[in-house]
Design a protein around this ligand. Structure first.
Ligand SMILES: [Zn+2]
Length: 49
């Protein structure tokens, strides 16, 4: 995982980890879909909250 994410990304990443641990693949897919509109924040300076 690389540095600068917005709070939502950080939360979604955690959710995804948790879901994967629980073998909840539909939840993992869910998180991936939700993460999609969040491109790599490391390159998008200053926009993220
Ligand atoms: Zn984000």
């Amino acid at each position: 995982m690389s540095g600068t994410q917005c709070a939502e990304c950080a939360w979604l990443e955690r959710e995804k980890e948790e879901a994967r641990r629980n073998h909840n693949m539909s939840r993992v897919t869910d998180c991936n879909v939700l993460l999609k509109p969040h491109p790599n924040h490391a390159t998008a300076k200053g926009r993220a909250a």
